[in-house]
Design a protein around this ligand. Structure first.
Ligand code: ADP
Ligand code: MG
Length: 686
């Protein structure tokens, strides 16, 4: 293991060493042995030394090398959790937080929630004074700053998966840099799967100001250390599609079947984009297994996305039985956040769901978009963990070379900034445009965010949080529009109903979906459908679920996802507690749906649309930006096409579709947001 000080890097300490790739860590090796086989183990001493001597340490290492599961344990073993201090490890994804925490608890032989715990929004599995290793989303850590701005209980904070550049990671990095100036004893570890370390290092370099000698006093290096964990996996042979594929779900399924037919044993990891196409692919493959028994016997098909129950999530990590082949169909989560052992074949659709925001039209939506070359390489890398593997790209080589971008765009540059602005304001950061971002958001997006927050009554003329509304909205861990809806419901006397709606909107989908079930599921939906729209339909479902005694059979019968409904109950409980804490009145409107619709309008007025007068195909235009939008087929208002509606979110496929839609009276818009709609003449609202 050599240590090289690379002068050209400006004194950056660069450690490298060769790693003979971990032999198949399958089998019965003790957990301790398995831990020692991980590439990161060789760097244990080096990492601890760097953390001891540097304010910031950047660790770069291939997925699966042990960064996430091992480094927090090393820190604990070295005493960083002594004296009631905590070690934090953040992740951009909730599912990763849960599975990683559960794995680390298992490795340490402790019960999850005791020494090792995790916190995600609406779920806190930690014990005060007991938990010392805490896994959490970067969003939750941001929220913790509202109560403890300097994060004083943490000795080390590891910001993991920094290469993902999620919006919360970027805000967190900006704030941690500020905290470091006030708390020089705090140690940061930034870990990443790709070598973008130089720019992170530049970001965290502490400028030596004349009047700022604290860090030298602490004897800490001001220059971030960069450590690269060498753990290259085995070779992966790349295969491209010969021609562009028209339907990537179908193409993916055929490819998996072909692999199963022709290739020796080894698990398959298929990257699709989200619950919809993953469920569809699971269905197609399962059908194949049923009808075409012989060739496809021995296939175990498992989905992996964040809406799954814990038991379903755990399944993907269980060892594949001898003679079988596991096929895991996953979102981006398996790209770098989670490691699946035993994968030898990767099928890459070339797409992922990404957030895009256009500040001009003020439209944000989740789009199935092409991934970057960097992502494609990461995906392929998953095939080389245990032995040489193969990656099947469902796009052509020419497409890869000529059309895929090198790197993804940081999320902060393609998101609506409303949540971000309010969080920074709540943390007392007033000059948001001057904030030290790892990557700057666009000024247009900032201005849009300020404008909408002003219209929501969250910011005043001086762009300060209003009291109480602004502070209340900031306290609720939801999108500010949802939070405002909840606050308005308190005055409108329908907070019980609105809290239920907010809880349903916070889970991915309460419907069971999948190809071949559409008809039954649509029929089930009709049983609950309300003329007012989806939000009221949710209330009907919630009521039915309650009356059934929260029965799973009832859910099954109605094509409703039982697991999602349990989650709704949990979230609802938490929202109730938060509402009470911030002084809202909990009240039911006893069937007065006008109150409910007005409350939705008070939060979501910016998403108002009206049906185009001469449209025969259900085309709507957004009121503010005149963008063409359509009601999503999953909405109970699909084909009903009421004149005035408000949507909760947009999804974009061939068109922009509104998801979760409710009817409104246009006069409520002027009431809810006179400033926002001041340019609309009352006579245009007919
Ligand atoms: P990194 O963060 O560097 O990508 P991890 O620390 O997540 O790596 O994973 C290290 C190793 O731990 C993996 O290669 C895998 O062998 C094992 N591992 C991680 N999570 C699990 C899990 N949930 N179940 C079984 N093994 C796991
Ligand atoms: Mg990791």
């Amino acid at each position: 293991q050599g240590r090289v000080v690379d002068d050209e890097e400006g004194g950056v300490l660069f450690l490298s060493g060769s790693h003979s790739s971990s032999s198949s860590s399958y089998g019965y090796a003790s957990i301790e042995k398995q831990r020692q086989r991980l590439p990161v183990y060789k760097y244990r001493t080096a990492i601890l030394y760097l953390v001891e001597t540097h304010a910031t340490t950047i660790v770069v290492g291939e997925t699966g090398s042990g960064k996430t599961t091992q480094i927090p344990q090393y820190l604990k073993e070295a005493g960083w959790a002594a004296g009631g201090r905590l070690i934090a490890c953040t992740q951009p994804r909730r599912l990763a937080v849960q599975t990683v925490a559960s794995r680390v608890a298992e490795e340490m032989g402790v019960k999850l929630g005791d020494e090792v715990g995790y916190t995600i929004r609406f779920e806190d599995v930690t014990k005060p004074d007991v938990t010392v290793l805490k896994f959490l989303t970067d969003g939750v850590l941001l929220r913790e700053m509202m109560d403890d701005p300097l994060l004083t209980k943490y000795s080390v904070i590891m910001v993991d998966e920094a290469h993902e550049r999620s919006i919360s990671t970027d805000i967190l990095l900006g704030l941690l840099k500020k905290i470091q100036r006030r708390r020089p004893e705090l140690r940061l570890i930034i870990s990443s799967a790709t070598i973008e370390a130089k720019s992170m290092s530049d970001f965290f370099r502490m400028r030596k100001k004349r009047r700022e000698p604290e860090n030298e006093e602490h004897g800490l290096e001001v220059e971030p250390a960069i450590l690269s964990v060498e753990g290259r996996g085995f070779n992966v042979q790349i295969n491209y599609a010969e021609e562009p594929v028209p339907d990537y779900v179908q193409a993916a399924v055929s490819t998996v079947l072909l692999i199963h037919e022709r290739e020796p044993t080894g698990d398959v990891l298929l990257f699709l984009t989200g619950q919809d196409d993953i469920d569809a692919a699971v269905q197609l493959l399962s059908d194949e297994v049923q009808t075409n028994g012989k060739q496809s016997s021995g296939l175990i098909v498992l989905p992996l996305y964040s809406g799954l129950s814990r038991a379903e999530q755990e399944l993907v990590f269980s060892p594949t039985p001898r003679g079988k082949r596991k096929v895991v169909i996953s979102t981006n989560i398996a790209e770098t956040s989670l490691t699946l052992e035993g994968v030898v074949y990767v099928v890459d659709s070339g797409f992922s769901k990404q957030r895009f925001y256009n500040p001009i039209s003020d439209i944000e939506n989740l789009v199935v978009a092409p991934i970057s070359k960097a992502s494609a390489r990461q995906r392929a890398g998953r095939a080389g963990r245990v032995r040489p593997g193969k990656c099947y790209r469902l796009y052509t080589e020419e497409y890869f070379l000529k059309h895929m971008s090198n790197e993804g765009i940081p999320e902060i540059q393609r998101s609506n900034m409303v949540s971000c602005v309010i969080q920074l304001k709540a943390l007392g950061i007033d000059n948001i445009l001057g904030f030290d971002w790892p990557a700057s958001p666009s000024p247009e997006a900032m201005i849009r965010a300020l404008e909408i927050l002003y219209s929501l009554g969250v910011l005043d003329d001086d762009a300060k949080l209003t009291s109480p509304t602004g502070f209340q909205v900031a306290e609720i861990p939801l999108d500010p529009m949802v939070s405002k809806m909840i606050i308005a419901s308190s005055e409108l006397g329908c907070s019980q109903e609105i809290i239920t709606i907010a809880a349903v909107l916070s889970v991915q989908s309460i419907w069971i979906s999948g190809r071949g079930m559409q008809k039954e599921s649509d029929e089930a939906k009709l049983r609950f459908a309300a003329a007012e729209g989806d939000h009221v339909t949710f209330l009907n479902i919630y009521k039915g679920f309650h009356q059934s005694g929260k029965s799973s059979q009832w859910c099954h019968k109605n094509y409703i996802n039982y697991h999602a409904m349990r989650k709704v109950l949990e979230v609802r409980d938490q929202l109730k507690r938060i509402a009470q804490r911030i002084g809202l009145v909990l009240k039911s409107c006893d069937g007065d749906m006008q109150a409910v619709r007005k409350a939705v309008c008070a939060g979501f007025f910016a998403n108002a649309c009206h049906l185009e007068a001469y449209s025969h195909n259900g085309m709507y235009k957004t009121l503010r930006g005149s963008q063409e939008v359509y009601i999503h087929p999953s909405s109970v208002l699909f084909r009903v096409n009421p004149k005035w509606v408000i949507y909760n979110s947009l999804v974009s496929t061939d068109r922009q579709y509104m998801r979760n839609v409710i009817t409104i009276d246009p006069s409520w818009l002027l009431e809810a947001a006179p400033h926002f709609y001041q340019l609309l003449k009352p006579d245009s609202l007919h």
